[in-house]
Design a binder for this molecule. Structure first.
Ligand SMILES: Nc1ncnc2c1ncn2[C@@H]1O[C@H](COP(=O)(O)OP(=O)(O)OP(=O)(O)O)[C@@H](O)[C@H]1O
Ligand SMILES: [Mg+2]
Length: 290
């Protein structure tokens, strides 16, 4: 069965899409994995980052989620990378919560679609930067979460929000909370503040913060604007090396350990508990440091 990984952070601009595309391309091309990327963000940046002009497409994630009669495979597109497929989104996905509102099972639509898309080693889901029906679909479908965290003061807000979200999931066997596998500091610049944020993350998620942050690197922005990965645009760069190492780590982690049905949401609540107080404490700490 595929490892289903949500790339999530309720804070915008934390490099969710960047990591989704690069992890997918690395796992497919360097690890010979069969990988499916799914965009669930109305900005459609996943497709744009891969070089698609997504605005006019009608065979998108929204249509897949709404038309459960059809084979979800019809919405999958091959990318230029061997082994890497994608289901694109555009603005239309913003309609999903409204259109699906009357369905009491609406949070499980993505999971049901994935159950009918066999043959992948990895499914990577690029989340929107807000909480709602779409995000709940990701949390219901994912077994694992990777959380990119912009190494800035407000980033801790996004992390605290995510932990609150996870701990608030209904503790039912039908809605097991995914495991928070990895936190990846992003847009890092070597400043005291950024180092303090990373330190804080390490204190609260020991062993789960990726050691090497993704540094602020204008080449990453340039690569995205050309619809290219960093390996296509600037292969010798530090970012290219870092993202390859991150892909190898995700591969090496292996699937999340299966947790007893019904105990998962509670488990994540316990693991998550220290973050909110730490977040408050960090605010004080930063205030003192000025
Ligand atoms: N290492 C980097 N250095 C500088 N800019 C970067 C880097 N990585 C990504 N970016 C840029 O940062 C911006 C945000 O990245 P990205 O779109 O991946 O974030 P996101 O979390 O998906 O955002 P959103 O919440 O809006 O979906 C993009 O313009 C991207 O090109
Ligand atoms: Mg994005």
């Amino acid at each position: 069965m595929a490892r289903r990984i949500g790339i999530v952070n309720e804070k915008g601009g934390s490099c969710k899409t960047t990591l989704t595309v690069h992890l997918g391309a690395h796992l497919a091309t360097r690890r010979s994995a069969r990988v499916l990327l799914i965009d669930l963000d109305p900005q459609g940046h996943l497709g744009k980052t891969l070089g698609y002009d997504v605005s006019a497409y009608t065979r998108t994630t929204l249509e897949m989620l709404l038309d459960e009669e059809r084979n979800p495979g019809l919405f999958v597109r091959r990318t230029r990378f061997e082994g890497l497929d994608v289901i694109l989104s555009n603005k239309s996905i913003a309609l999903f919560p409204t259109v699906a509102a009357a369905d009491p099972e609406r949070h499980f639509r993505l999971r049901r679609c994935l159950d009918r898309l066999p043959g992948y080693d990895f499914v990577l889901m690029d989340a929107p930067a807000n909480f709602g029906t779409t995000m709940l679909n990701i949390l219901a479908a994912a077994q694992e979460l990777i959380v990119p965290v912009n190494a800035s003061f407000l980033a801790l807000d996004g992390c605290a929000e995510l932990v609150k979200t996870l701990s608030g999931l209904p503790a039912s066997p039908g809605f097991p909370a995914p495991a928070l596998r990895l936190i990846v500091p992003t847009l890092y610049r070597p400043t005291r503040l950024a180092d303090a944020v990373v330190e804080r993350l390490n204190a609260h998620f020991p062993g789960r913060v990726h050691e090497e942050p993704l540094r602020y690197d204008v080449k990453m922005e340039e690569a995205q604007s050309h619809g290219k990965t960093i390996w296509e645009y600037a292969a010798p760069s530090r970012s290219a090396r870092m993202l390859a190492a991150l892909g190898d780590r995700v591969f090496a982690l292996g699937p999340a350990m299966e947790q007893p049905a019904g105990a998962t949401a509670q488990g994540s609540r316990v693991a998550a508990a220290p973050v909110a107080p730490a977040h408050r404490a960090s605010r004080l700490g930063f205030g003192r440091e000025g």
